[in-house]
Design a protein around this ligand. Structure first.
Ligand code: G6P
Length: 365
């Protein structure tokens, strides 16, 4: 009913809208004053030389984002894998490595099987879950809660950004412990994290603009999402979200791979969503954007005001996001991707909360 949905048309809309509030809770559970404090006890990342992140679906893209964070901030090598591939590959597991399983439900069959494979092999079995009494939580040495409340929409939204908040907190903790972040820099990062809900609210306030763009996208056959750095997994997540609920074929690509294939698909009928905050890689991404425009692709540029100022000339649509610490940009840029998919699906009249053929939790292989 509309009451359960808090006055929203769909659970997905409600869950997108509640992100500033629920993520503020997650952030306060993982920080204390100017430090990262895990609600579940200590993890010492100076005792390991490899982190393996394993998940399915949207949670897998959260892991892909986290690889950038752990490697860049904490200098900790990270392997990321899809659970269904990992479990059957019989990969070697170092007894110094930590294995971290990310799952909203904590019940995904492949993720649970991959966890069991690592038991007795990895030094530590960690998980990030939204359901503390789930199988994955119970079978981990430590289960870190996402704390975003029940997620009902099949397409994951607030659980995804909650997973990112927990992963960002762990990466900052690891960076401190491994001597790559001093306490002043950490304090700045934590201040930026605490300011994130305000930026999420500012982004939600632009929903009307995103809806206009979504209506234009809803007639497309194919949509491409491009990004660099931590925006590359966000491009893949944006494409997943769009295909899940609007049934439009979508692919996420690393901007630098455009020339190695997807550029062949570009013509005047293909919208290309470019996730590009004005960060260190901005100019590189913009040069890829120009290659798309030269082939008449319809560019939807998602950037901040500094980016829009220099790059929005001739662009089909620009969505301007608040300026954010580049480290946290993936969490903020999840919102326009979610809202684009949501409004595209609404424009097409699909069943947003229960998309065809999909299940909220895949407990069979
Ligand atoms: C299904 C859901 C996705 C989810 C994935 C992994 O495919 O439709 O939204 O990302 O399972 O689920 P988990 O509960 O392990 O995060």
């Amino acid at each position: 009913s509309k009451v359960e949905k808090g006055g929203y048309k769909h659970f997905m809309a409600k869950e997108i809208a509640e992100q500033p509030t629920v993520l503020a809770d997650t952030i306060s559970a993982y920080t204390q004053e100017a430090e990262i404090r895990l609600p579940t006890g200590e993890i010492d990342f100076s005792q390991t030389n490899k982190l393996t992140l394993i998940a399915c679906g949207t949670a897998y893209y959260a892991c892909q984002v986290a690889k950038y964070w752990f490697e860049q901030e904490a200098r900790l090598p990270v392997e990321v894998d899809i659970a269904s591939e990992y479990r059957y590959r019989t990969p070697p597991v170092s007894d110094k490595s930590y294995a971290l399983f990310v799952s909203q439900s904590g019940e995904t069959a492949d993720t649970l099987a991959a966890l069991r494979y690592c038991q007795g092999k990895a030094a530590k079995i960690l998980s990030i879950v939204n359901v503390p009494e789930s199988s994955i939580a119970r079978e981990s040495d430590m289960a870190l809660p996402i704390l975003v409340g029940t997620e009902i929409g099949v397409a994951s939204t607030k659980a995804f950004t909650g997973q990112l908040v927990v992963l960002a907190s762990l990466a900052l903790k690891a960076a401190m412990q491994r001597g790559h972040l001093d306490s002043d820099a950490l304090a700045e990062r934590i201040a930026a994290l605490r300011n994130l809900p305000a930026l999420l609210n500012q982004t939600l306030a632009t929903e009307g603009r995103i809806e206009e763009v979504a209506k234009k996208i809803s007639t497309a056959q194919d949509v491409l999402f491009l990004g660099r750095g931590s925006m590359f997994p966000m491009a893949m997540e944006g494409a997943l979200k769009l295909k899940e609920i609007s049934y439009i074929h979508a692919e996420g690509y690393a901007s630098g791979e455009l020339k190695h294939g997807p550029i062949a698909l570009i013509d005047k009928d293909v919208p290309v969503v470019i996730l590009a905050p004005a960060d260190a890689l901005f100019e590189k991404t913009i040069s890829n954007m120009q290659e798309v425009m030269a082939r008449e692709g319809k560019v939807v540029l998602i950037t901040d005001s500094a980016g829009a100022k220099v790059a929005s000339d001739g662009v089909w649509e620009t969505l301007v996001m608040p300026t954010v610490d580049p480290f946290l940009a993936p969490i903020l840029y999840a919102l326009p991707a979610q809202l684009l998919s949501y409004h595209t699906a609404v424009a097409k009249g699909t069943d947003v909360d229960q998309p065809r053929n999909l299940a909220k939790s895949v407990t069979v292989e």
